[in-house]
Ligand binder design. Structure first.
Ligand SMILES: Nc1ncnc2c1ncn2[C@@H]1O[C@H](COP(=O)(O)OP(=O)(O)OP(=O)(O)O)[C@@H](O)[C@H]1O
Ligand SMILES: [Mg+2]
Length: 383
């Protein structure tokens, strides 16, 4: 088994040497590292994966509290457990350390038994946490897959309708050839076109259905959304007009292609479900800069100032009252129970947006249609 890596931070070399001697016998199971400043700790933690930090609270220049704050505010290191070494009478510093997320406190001078026991228990907790995180990401992947299958079911049943029509066209032209041999060439061309269309449709659904766990890459969201809306046109009822508006040159973003497809499908299928008669769905992509004066989002989520690519899906459907607006992101919340709804669509949408560091805004009212806007931060995709 790999040795657990522990880093000790104290400006006093005598204390570091004392700790070194104290823990000498543990070196067969722990890899011990000693540094004498918070900056040196930050540098080492940036290049090596540690399991525990043990830091003195009082240090000149950058203190243990500063170190803790810096570690907790960094996405990469915020889960790293920190044990603080404090003096007996430093109640304020102890409170501050706990507030900032120190996992444990130890009084100086440190006793071997105490230190050994605390490090052991923190390592155990971290092991459980890592296990949970792994299980969590596995469950998350299963959620995406399961929900994707629901979406594919919806798409396929719509697409089968179109494929059925295409087969009828092929049948019609085959009959025509029999009746009027002069039309062979024209009919064959039509049959050929129809076969190509049906095959493309099947290919698009199958491509989306392929189970693959892909990473994000720099992509043109315009192309993804264009492909998606084209497929959707075949899958939603013909009484609903689906329009796409997009500028030509959108900045490229770090995107997970399958997830963006899944997000678009969910938003548009929900929109289509909300339109009971004739109606319209508008998909719009644009680039925008939100400054300090931008309107707060109506769904209450703060959208930070910055440059964004926005994707909005508006529909002329029956909209949502407050109860639905408040519940729509809750797992298994669905007004379509008994009609095949699972109530996982918007949960997955929200997670996909989170995975792209984005934000969502929902504007809707009873009988007033709905507009859902997704904000993809451009900054996160640069460099
Ligand atoms: N565009 C919309 N117009 C009206 N209601 C909507 C819209 N989008 C979502 N909702 C409401 O939010 C609920 C939750 O949506 P979600 O996509 O999570 O589940 P669902 O569509 O009911 O089921 P599933 O997506 O599994 O088929 C829907 O049942 C619906 O009541
Ligand atoms: Mg849905």
């Amino acid at each position: 088994m790999d040795k657990k890596k522990i880093i000790f931070v104290d400006d006093d070399d005598k204390i570091l040497n004392g700790l070194k001697r104290m823990l000498h016998d543990s070196e067969d199971k722990w890899e011990l590292n000693f540094v004498n400043s918070a900056d040196a700790a930050i540098e080492l933690i940036g290049s090596t994966q540690f399991d525990v930090v043990v830091s003195d609270v009082k240090m000149p220049e950058k203190t243990g509290i500063d170190l803790l704050r810096e570690l907790k505010s960094n996405e990469e290191t915020k889960a790293l457990p920190v044990i603080m070494l404090t003096g007996l009478n430093e109640a304020d510093l102890k409170r501050k350390a706990l507030e900032l997320g120190a996992i444990d406190l130890l009084n100086k001078p440190v006793q071997f038994e105490d230190l050994h026991a605390r490090i052991n228990s923190v390592l155990k907790v971290k092991e459980f946490q890592d296990e949970l995180l792994e299980k969590n990401s596995l469950l998350e992947e299963q959620l995406y897959q399961k929900q994707k299958m629901e979406v594919i079911g919806n798409l396929a049943s719509g697409a089968f309708h179109d494929i059925n029509n295409i087969l009828a066209i092929i049948g019609g032209y085959s009959q025509l050839i029999k009746v009027n041999p002069n039309l062979v060439e024209k009919s064959m061309a039509q049959i050929n076109e129809s076969c190509k269309l049906a095959s493309k449709l099947i290919q698009q659904v199958l491509e989306f259905a392929k189970s693959k766990k892909e990473m994000k890459s720099l992509l043109d969201i315009g192309i993804l959304i264009e492909d998606g809306t084209e497929l959707l046109r075949h899958c939603i009822p013909k009484r609903i007009e689906l329009k796409l508006e997009k500028p030509d040159n959108l900045v490229k973003l770090q995107l997970n292609q399958t997830q963006i497809f899944q997000l678009l499908m969910n938003l548009c299928l929900n929109a289509a479900n909300a339109i009971t008669d004739k109606g319209e769905i508008r998909v719009k992509l644009s680039e925008t800069f939100l400054d300090n004066n931008h309107a707060a989002s109506t769904s209450g989520e703060e959208i930070p100032v910055g440059r964004y690519v926005t994707l909005s899906v508006s529909d002329s459907g029956y909209g949502m009252g407050n109860k639905t607006l408040n519940g729509m992101f809750t797992p298994f919340f669905s007004k379509k129970w008994g009609e095949g709804g699972t109530g996982l669509g918007m949960v997955v949408v929200q997670r996909i947006i989170g995975n792209h560091n984005g934000k969502i805004n929902v504007e809707s009212g009873s009988d007033a249609g709905t507009r859902i806007t997704v904000y993809f931060p451009v900054e996160a995709s640069l460099n």
